[in-house]
Ligand binder design. Structure first.
Ligand SMILES: [Zn+2]
Length: 311
């Protein structure tokens, strides 16, 4: 079930697979030690803001997908209900502000789903999102607690739009930093340092809980993100690469989250089992790679997920 998603990414990358294996560009900048202390604990910060959590609303939730695109499915509401039946909570990210408005209304009755306000870098890169969309994002961000998918993509297929992406993402980060207290699901392909630069410069890195979705940067960038207190949502494609396996071993247990990035764009009907299967497979793989008990690791990830998703 990851095939269609791979195709989506491959297609959007202009036929170039998003393999992270050979992508170790050099980074002259070492992680900055001073930021370790400056960064508050994202978890306790989120905890302090919350009045309840998803498990209190639905104590049967035990597994969480922290980056999915439920609104891509034709049967989105049914899919959300199917996930609830399986005890799965979800952070459903969107790719445009208009898409967020639609998805937020669609999932409003679904206690197991949080909807995130998105401005996906691919949509900015190819002009499907314009200045008007960025302005709409800024307006909606005032009331949105969950933000994503946002970020930068400097892979060759999108690198020509680097400046446009950067200008839009700066505004996104400023809008999020203004009220603070948000959860951001971040796309950072060949751009993790730049994404972190923007998040630090705007104050987002400190005032919001930042989750790097499908991290694929360098090991220096990984260390910098860990020092900044960021979280990492891991999908089945991360442990499929040598570098990804090293990364999922290096990420502190309390920063780990699971994700699927599913369904693929323009999915027709989609089944909750096709979300649950990769989530469980990723958890099993993480536990094996880290030589941890799968149940204990699952419980820990569920706890972190609840804290991130509480609202
Ligand atoms: Zn995504």
């Amino acid at each position: 079930m990851t095939k269609p998603e791979d195709e989506r990414h491959t297609q959007a990358e202009g036929g170039r697979p998003l393999s992270q294996e050979g992508d170790a560009h050099q980074r002259p900048e070492a992680p900055r030690q001073s930021e370790t202390r400056r960064k508050k604990d994202a978890h306790s910060e989120a905890e302090g803001r919350a009045e309840g959590n998803v498990s209190e609303r639905d104590p049967s939730l035990r597994l969480f997908d922290l980056h999915c695109h439920l609104d891509f499915a034709e049967n989105a509401r049914e899919l959300a209900a199917g996930l609830a039946q399986r005890g799965i909570g979800a952070l459903s990210v969107t790719v445009t502000p208009a898409g967020y408005v639609r998805a937020a209304a669609l999932f409003a009755p679904c206690a197991n789903v949080r909807t995130a306000l998105g401005l996906h870098p691919w949509w900015v890169a190819d002009g499907r999102c314009t200045e008007d969309d960025v302005a709409q994002f800024e307006q909606l961000a005032k009331d949105a607690r969950f933000v994503g998918e946002v970020g930068l993509d400097f892979a060759p297929a999108h690198a020509a739009s680097r400046d446009v992406q950067l200008a839009a993402f700066e505004r996104v980060a400023h809008a999020c930093a203004e009220g603070g207290g948000k959860v951001l699901s971040l796309h950072a392909v060949r751009s993790a340092d730049t994404v972190m630069d923007v998040l630090e410069r705007t104050g987002c890195a400190e005032s919001c809980a930042c989750v790097l979705h499908w991290f694929s940067g360098t090991s220096d960038e990984l260390q910098r993100a860990i020092k900044l207190g960021f979280l990492f949502s891991v999908n089945p494609r991360m442990p499929a690469t040598k570098r990804g396996r090293a990364y999922v071993r290096a990420i502190p247990a309390d920063r780990l989250l699971l994700e699927t990035d599913l369904p693929p764009e323009s999915a027709a009907r989609y089944d909750a089992a096709d979300v649950e299967t990769p989530l469980r497979a990723t958890l099993a793989e993480l536990a094996a790679l880290r030589a941890e008990d799968p149940e204990a690791l699952g419980a820990r990830i569920a706890l972190t997920s609840e804290r991130v998703l509480q609202a």
